[in-house]
Structures are given as C-alpha cells and as structure tokens.
Design a protein around this ligand. Structure first.
Ligand code: DGY
Length: 327
C-alpha cells in the first residue's frame, strides 16, 4: 500500500537483505524482482515520481533517466564502487546526489583477481574441462604445463585500493611487483609492498602477469590494444577485473591466437554478458567469469547496506555517507 508520508523509491534488482530490509522499512519501495535488469522503457516508467533510485551498474543513469524520474528525484545510490553507468555531471546539474560503495569490496575483488591469475597460470579451468570430457588417461610429464606464480613479476596497472590489495597478495607469493598509475604513490606506500613505479610500456614489457585495476574513463578505454599488447611478453598473462572496455577485445583475441601473449583471464567484458560468438569465449587460453569479483556473501551484504544508507540519507535530504564527488 502506498503511504504518502514515505519516500518513494525504486530498487532496480533484489539485493541482499542487509540493504533491502532498511529500505523496505523506511520507504514506499518498488523492487524489481527479476534476475534480469528491467528493460529500459520499463525502468524509465518505474522511476517516474521517485525520490530515490537504488541502481545497479546495468542501469544507465543519464539525462533521459533523470527526465523520466522527474524533478523530485534526490538521490541515485549505485550498488557498486564503479559508477561509469552514471552521468555524474548530469546528476549534479539537477541537484541529484550520487552514492557508491567504496572500500568494502577491495579485498574480495583482489581475491578474485589473484584467483584468476593463479587459475590461468596453472590452467585450472582447462584441467577441469580435461577431466570432464574424459581426456585424463594418465599422469603426464608434459600435461597442462604453465608458468610459476611464485617468484615471477606482477605488473599492476592502477595502484588504488584494489591494485594495492592485489600487491599485498603478490607480496606473499614472493613476486616482484611493478605498478603504473597516473601518479606515483608516496615512497613509503610503494615500499610497504616492495612495489616499483614504471611507465606503462616498461611495465608491460617486464611483467609476467599484468593485472588491470583502473577506472573506466576516456583515457583508459582500450588502454590495452594491439599496440600495448605487443609490448607484453609472449609468455605473459593479462588479468582484467576493472571494466571490460579497458581492453580492446578484438585485439586481445588476435593476441591470444597469434601468441603475442600467452593467456588472459577476464571478470569483465565489453559488452556484458559477452556474446557467445565472441572468439574469446572459445579460446582455451582465455578464462572468463561473469563479473563476480565482489561476489562473496559478506561483501555483497555490505555493499547492499552501504547503498541503502546512501539511498535513505539522500531521500531525507541528508549528506550521503559515501558520495560520488563530481570530478
Ligand atoms: C563494482 O562495484 O564496481 C563492481 O564492478 C561490482 O561489484
């Protein structure tokens, strides 16, 4: 039943109870219950007249979205740390606050990035397929050989929270750690991981593993392309848990096929889901998982609680606990 005194909100997917419960308790909430995101026209229809929207990275928040919601919209709370789905400047121009979920998914995301690194080096997915398809006949001295992880060199592109959490894991494996970012971190921070700054070209040329942790921006779109892939070692492994468009996928497929690099492991693709006719899906040296880097039960619960806290603060006209500041 609609209660005129309660803020009207749209929640664009069922999120964990840690976030859903407080929203249901405080708002007149319309929750999209399907597994798939609301189709665009349905989304625009459902947000009309809302004071707040709890959005996912599958929802594009742009001028059309803001027009459809109406001038009473106060807040868009993204259920993600990344906010490349949101036109933050357009929101700011209309006084709509934007929130995200930084911090809580750092370690969980780095866990998956490191799992992808290990899995592609040691050919875990290929090994599993090999057993399942009945190919395992004996112990083989040359079976499914791969590079070592310990003692190798990891190049981290984007040395923010998640990049540094990746470095922490690599440090434990005795890896040499290189990093690249727009700005060097303070010396004591780099020293705490034993990490060395290098320009991108040099980092790509020196690394056995390259792990991407940049935000998606016009500068980072297709940062990994035919030219930059050619800088990498033919034995190198590329890991992407950042955003799909950071990698030019056609260039990556060509590089994996012709041996420019040895393997890749992707948590993110462009588009998502990756079409089944994309050659990357079928390459044995490409491991792809469906954007699950933050998908631990605890972390998804914390993200839900943070997104809900942003939504509730926004509809009450209070400062968001974790706002996205228009840059
Ligand atoms: C994010 O939060 O930006 C991730 O991509 C999904 O958890």
């Amino acid at each position: 039943m609609v209660d005129a005194g309660r803020p009207k909100v749209f929640v664009s997917r069922r999120i964990p109870d840690e976030g859903l419960d407080p929203v249901l308790a405080a708002c007149d909430a319309d929750v999209w219950a399907d597994e798939l995101p609301p189709p665009r026209d349905e989304l625009l229809r459902r947000i009309a007249g809302c004071d707040g929207v709890l959005a996912l990275l599958t929802d594009r928040v742009d001028d059309d979205f803001l027009d459809a919601a109406g001038p009473q919209l106060k807040v868009v709370a993204n259920y993600a740390v990344g906010f490349d789905n949101i036109d933050v400047a357009a929101c700011a121009a209309r006084g709509v606050a934007v929130g995200n979920t930084p911090g809580v998914l750092t370690e969980t995301t780095a866990d998956l990035a490191f799992a992808l690194l290990m899995a592609s080096a040691r050919r875990v997915a290929e090994g599993s397929r090999y057993v399942r398809d009945g190919s395992w006949k004996t112990w083989g001295p040359l079976l499914l050989l791969g590079p070592d992880v310990h003692g190798s060199t990891l190049g981290i592109v984007g040395f923010g929270r998640i990049g540094q959490a990746m470095a922490k894991r690599a440090h434990g494996f005795g890896m040499r750690i290189l990093y690249h970012d727009v700005q060097e971190v303070p010396e004591e921070v780099a020293a705490s991981f034993g990490a060395t700054y290098l320009p991108l070209e040099k980092l790509l040329a020196d690394s056995d593993y390259v792990s991407l942790h940049v935000n998606l921006s016009p500068v980072t779109r297709h940062l990994i392309n035919t030219e930059t892939l050619a800088w990498m070692k033919p034995t190198a492994v590329l890991i992407n848990t950042s955003r799909g468009p950071v990698v030019d996928q056609a260039a990556l497929a060509a590089a994996l096929k012709d041996g420019t690099i040895w393997a890749a492991a992707l948590d993110v693709t462009d588009p998502e889901p990756i079409p089944m006719d994309d050659p990357l899906v079928w390459l044995d040296n490409c491991l792809i998982v469906p954007h699950i880097a933050s998908a631990s039960r605890a972390t998804r619960g914390k993200m839900a609680a943070m997104a809900a806290a942003n939504l509730l603060a926004g509809v009450r006209g209070e400062p968001l606990p974790t706002p996205v500041v228009p840059g």
